[in-house]
Design a protein around this ligand. Structure first.
Ligand code: ZN
Length: 366
């Protein structure tokens, strides 16, 4: 029984082993599903090993490289990688115009003197992608534009009256993302060196008895705010103390306003020099020379300004143009119709706008 039974089994095994292939291919269609499944199986094992090395190689790298690159790469990557994503570059033209935009309130709803946070954000996105590059007013006034990267168009953003929407802290201590400073910080976060923290805040010190009190409508943070602005790179300029129409007040009041406002702002920001002035209501004093320098008898303070911003509906001539006057810098009101008109003009005639030739190549200031 055992021998009989075992012999045929051995034979079958031998036959299968010897002519297995023939048997398989000729006798049964079963083999085809077999090879069919093998190839199916092989890709998976093939895919596995190939995918395995990945996690395997990542693994050995991970423990070693993660700690090392993380600290090194982060600080290095922030300043260096500025490959200018969608930013338009233009041909250098140091004789072109420069826009100085005048923003007043940043709040809702939009009106003649109010720009909404949404619209300010949209303005800035437009500006950065169209090659504009923010500078402080004093940089324009002194022709100090070498730090503007080659191919970029300098523009000045100014904010008058130090209203609440310019710089607001929320109850949790965070900067309101809908205030001008919050919006500018976010844009800088997004574009890095392509949109540095530059703008000029012309602040008002309404109450002479409380230096800095009404600044941005949060007296308890007034000092902290102006210092933070300067630390970040923004400019803080004078907008006088009481916002008078300078053409309607005495020479002594003009001098008092200009001397005291400069002096008080500087007292709030140790080591800082106020160099720019924005005329309240765009009005010059009868004696225009008073905006440059003077001495207030009543305050016993002297002052000197290097830049004066006024109102006006046109762009500022190049600081290298004979028409340029740092004591008469016109500003375009940042309202929709004006912005549409001015910005579309320079889209149509890009050769009319100032474009930096750079000094240290793209990247500008270090
Ligand atoms: Zn004003």
């Amino acid at each position: 029984m055992r021998k009989h039974g075992s012999i045929p089994i051995v034979i079958v095994i031998l036959i299968l082993a010897a002519g297995g292939v023939e048997l398989a291919s000729m006798q049964k269609p079963a083999p085809s599903p077999l090879p069919a499944t093998s190839p199916t199986d092989s890709p998976s094992p093939a895919a596995l090993p190939s995918s395995m090395p990945a996690p395997t190689s990542t693994h050995p790298h991970a423990p070693t490289s993660t700690p090392t690159p993380a600290p090194t790469a982060t600080p290095t990557l922030v300043p260096t990688p500025t490959p200018h994503p969608d930013i338009a570059l233009h041909s250098p033209n140091p004789q072109g115009d420069v826009l100085v935009l005048a923003y007043h309130r940043i709040a809702r709803p939009e009106d003649r003197w109010t720009r909404t946070p949404e619209n300010l954000r949209a303005d800035l996105e437009y500006l950065v992608t169209h090659g504009y590059y923010p500078v402080n007013l004093i940089d324009l006034a002194t022709g100090d534009l070498d730090h503007v990267p080659r191919g970029r168009r300098p523009i000045v953003l100014t904010f008058d009256d130090s209203t609440a929407g310019h710089f607001r802290y929320l109850e949790d201590g965070a900067i309101d993302p809908d205030c001008a400073v919050g919006i500018l910080l976010a844009l800088h976060e997004k574009y890095g060196d392509d949109w540095p923290l530059r703008a000029t805040f012309f602040v008002l010190l309404l109450d002479a008895e409380k230096p800095g009190a009404p600044l941005f409508r949060q007296p308890e943070f007034a000092v902290q705010k102006v210092r933070a602005l300067v630390d970040w790179g923004f400019e803080v300029g004078s907008h006088t103390i009481t916002h008078p129409t300078l053409s309607e007040v005495s020479d002594e009041q003009v001098k008092w306003e200009l001397a005291v406002s400069k002096n008080r702002i500087e007292a709030l920001i140790p080591g800082y020099t106020v160099r720019s002035l924005a005329l309240p209501n765009g009005s010059y004093p009868v004696d225009r020379s008073l905006v440059v320098e003077g001495y207030s008898e009543s305050a016993q303070l002297s002052y000197r300004y290097e830049a004066v911003a006024r109102l006006g509906a046109q762009a500022c001539p190049s600081p290298f143009s004979p028409d340029f006057d740092p004591y008469s810098i016109p500003r375009v009101q940042a309202i929709q119709s004006e912005l549409d008109y001015r910005l579309s003009y320079y889209e149509k005639y890009p050769e009319k706008y100032y474009v930096s030739a750079g000094s240290g190549g793209i990247g500008g200031e270090s």
